[in-house]
Write a protein that binds this ligand. Structure first.
Ligand SMILES: *Cc1c(COP(=O)(O)O)cnc(C)c1O
Length: 446
């Protein structure tokens, strides 16, 4: 019995092979998920053998085994031919120890998983390597795929463009005009994508890409395509491996389209099924108040779900009013005894820049997660002495307008608590020393 996987309706009924061009159930339109044969995986290795194998591959210098994703290939795409894997060494990101913040908040430990320290600068690489590899396999098998397409708030498009460029596969990206950062826009342009800006928001772009990909020769790369989840889910075993297979008490993750929280839960499911860990963490989602349909649903006990018109938020990658993966995310929160919280623009901006002071360089979405974590701690949902991991989703360098705007007090509705002024001085030692002496006195070593 060899490990194998297929797409299955999330209600557990109809299944499809992974090389079929299908994104939703053909029976009832439900989302699909990739399911693995856990019996076959358990038969292959004992828990200790899995851990040893993963440790060995972490030290490998051979692609794709040096990748955090493909080092766990059996749990991701067990049947793909190694030579069709398109890897850029993704994964194995730093689990940053934010000890001063942990101390301030009364936590035993606060780690920040830097998923954005990646090839295109966001965690979207983790899923895209899997999706583009599967497409590469399908093309090698003679399937008539002309291009891969996505709608994006900026990071999915950057990841799709760069992996497709590596593989030599044409890519198409739809972006909401004027709603993404300059760095995000220039990425797919540079990597040679067909870039189309639409005068609408992300939800509007999503509608168009679904219409475009009704033509099955254009493959859909949005997280509605559950192949992406298979890459992103490796965040969970990677965190456990980095904690020497101990389980954090709480993981906090920012949520927009809600694919990543579903992925995180699925990754912990894998660990539990294979006996790599013996208890669950609690999983909590943070949203921006300006785009908070999930937080609203949580507050009414998930009784109903109402899409919202997402308002402008600094956390532009999660400015989403109608999250595609809501049903999966709801299950994830219920299974992992979780909670959902939302934060203001002021809170997310301050949280990002407070964290920068201890050595991080946070994007606004990481700011959402950090501010949400703080709020949950203050509410007592996260308890004193707990061990917490916050998921950082993108690199701060992609959001320079956010960072400079904060320090220059130019962000609408934000009064920056952690702004750091830049001094201007005559190029004379005396004048320079006046500034330095004053400022050194004002700052003490932590
Ligand atoms: C995509 C994205 C998110 C949200 O992930 P979802 O799976 O859509 O919930 C958060 N932060 C950044 C930087 C992103 O690019």
């Amino acid at each position: 019995m060899k490990p194998n996987a297929c797409f299955r309706n999330i209600d557990g009924s109809d299944t499809y092979p992974l090389d079929q061009v299908v994104y939703r159930s053909e029976v009832d339109g439900n989302l699909l998920e990739v399911v693995h044969d856990y019996d076959a995986l358990r038969a292959l290795h004992s828990p200790d053998e899995w851990k040893k194998l993963f440790a060995e591959r972490k030290g490998s210098v051979h692609s794709p085994w040096d990748s955090g994703i493909w080092g766990k290939k059996e749990l991701v795409l067990p049947e793909i031919d190694e030579k069709n894997i398109v890897s850029l060494g993704e994964g194995w990101t730093q689990l940053f120890d934010a000890a001063p913040l942990a101390k301030e908040l009364g936590l035993k430990e606060l780690r920040v998983k830097l998923c954005g320290n990646s090839h295109s600068g966001s965690f979207k690489d983790l899923g895209m390597t899997v999706l583009v590899s599967q497409v590469n396999q399908m093309i090698a098998d003679g399937k008539p795929i002309r291009a891969v397409a996505c709608a994006s708030t900026g990071d999915t498009s950057a990841a799709l463009a760069i992996y497709c460029a590596k593989a030599g596969i044409p890519s198409i990206v739809f972006l909401p005009a004027g709603k993404i950062s300059t760095a995000q826009l220039v990425q797919p342009i540079s990597n040679g994508s067909i870039v189309v800006q639409l005068d609408t928001d992300f939800d509007g772009c999503m509608k168009i890409v679904q219409q475009v990909t009704a033509d099955k020769s254009i493959y859909l790369a949005n997280s509605m395509n559950s192949l992406r989840v298979e890459g992103q889910k490796t965040i969970a075993p990677e965190i456990c491996q980095q904690l020497d297979w101990e389980v954090p008490d709480v993981v906090v993750i920012p949520g927009g389209n809600l694919g990543n929280v579903s992925a995180l839960a699925k990754g912990f499911d894998d660990c539990l099924e294979l006996g790599l860990i013996d208890r669950k963490p609690r999983i909590m989602v943070a949203q921006a108040e300006n785009a908070n349909p999930f937080a609203r649903a949580w507050r009414n006990g998930f009784a109903t779900f109402e899409p919202v018109q997402a308002k402008k938020t600094l956390a532009s990658a999660i400015q989403i009013g109608n999250p595609v993966s809501y049903p999966k995310a709801k299950k994830a929160i219920l299974r992992y005894d979780g909670a959902v919280v939302d934060v203001t623009e002021q809170e997310l901006a301050d949280a990002a820049h407070e964290a920068d002071r201890v050595g991080l360089y946070c994007c606004p979405h990481t700011g959402v997660a950090l501010a949400g974590m703080r709020k949950l701690r203050e509410q007592g949902v996260i308890r004193e002495g707990e061990r917490v991991v916050v998921i950082s989703t993108a690199h701060g360098l992609k959001f320079s307008e956010f960072k400079t705007g904060y320090h220059d007090s130019r962000l609408e509705g934000v009064e920056p608590k952690f702004a750091n002024a830049v001094f201007r001085s005559k190029p004379e030692l005396g004048a320079v020393m006046d500034v330095l002496n004053r400022e050194m006195d004002a700052r003490t070593r932590r």
